[in-house]
Design a protein around this ligand. Structure first.
Ligand SMILES: [Zn+2]
Length: 164
C-alpha cells in the first residue's frame, strides 16, 4: 500500500527516527541521546529539530545525513532538519534507556548532572565487571566528550561519558 503524506503522523516520524543512531555509539538512538528535540508538522512539512552534542562534533553531519536518508527511505516527501543550539545539549537529556545501552556498549554513562563533573573523585562502575574500584587515567578518552578510566579489579580500561 502506498503511503500518502496525509497518512504520515509525527508519531510515525518519531518511530522511524528511533532507527537513526549516534555514529560513534551505534546502539543509541538520537532520541535516547537527547539530540532529537522536537518533531512538528507545518503545513505538509515535518520539521525535525536536533541539538548538536558537542560543538564541532563531526558526528552531527553524519546524523543529519542519516535523518535525510531515513526520511527518504520511509517516503516522507516534505521534511526539514533544523539545528537548534540554544539551550545547549546536556547529558541530562540522555534517557535512562540510553544510559543502559551505553553501559552495555562498554562506556560508563554520565553519573551526575550538568556542571557537576568531578573526574578525580569519580568512580564510575566498570562496564565490564561493575566494580567501583576504578580510577581516572586521562581526562580525555577516545573522544573529547569521554574520559579514560581503568578498573583496578578486572584491569580493563574503559571510556566514561563525561557530564556536560
Ligand atoms: Zn572491571
Amino acid at each position: 500500500m502506498e503511503t500518502h503524506i496525509r497518512d504520515i503522523t509525527v508519531e510515525d516520524i518519531r518511530k522511524w527516527l528511533k532507527e537513526v543512531v549516534d555514529p560513534e555509539i551505534p546502539v543509541i538512538s538520537i532520541e535516547d541521546l537527547g539530540v532529537l528535540r522536537d518533531i512538528r508538522k507545518e503545513g505538509e512539512t515535518f520539521i525535525i529539530t536536533i541539538t548538536p552534542t558537542y560543538s564541532g562534533c563531526p558526528a552531527m553531519d553524519m546524523i543529519t545525513l542519516n535523518i535525510h536518508k531515513k526520511m527518504r527511505e520511509c517516503g516522507v516527501p516534505h521534511f526539514k532538519v533544523e539545528t537548534q543550539i540554544a539551550p545547549p545539549w546536556t547529558t541530562d537529556w540522555m534517557s535512562e534507556e540510553g544510559k543502559r545501552k551505553l553501559k552495555e556498549f562498554g562506556i560508563a554513562p554520565p553519573m551526575g548532572n550538568r556542571g557537576s563533573e568531578d573526574l578525580i573523585n569519580r568512580h564510575p562502575p566498570c562496564p565490564f565487571c561493575n566494580s567501583t574500584n576504578t580510577v581516572l587515567v586521562s581526562a580525555f578518552g577516545s573522544t573529547a566528550c569521554k574520559a579514560l578510566f581503568k578498573c583496578k579489579d578486572c584491569a580493563e580500561p574503559f571510556d566514561y561519558f563525561k557530564c556536560h
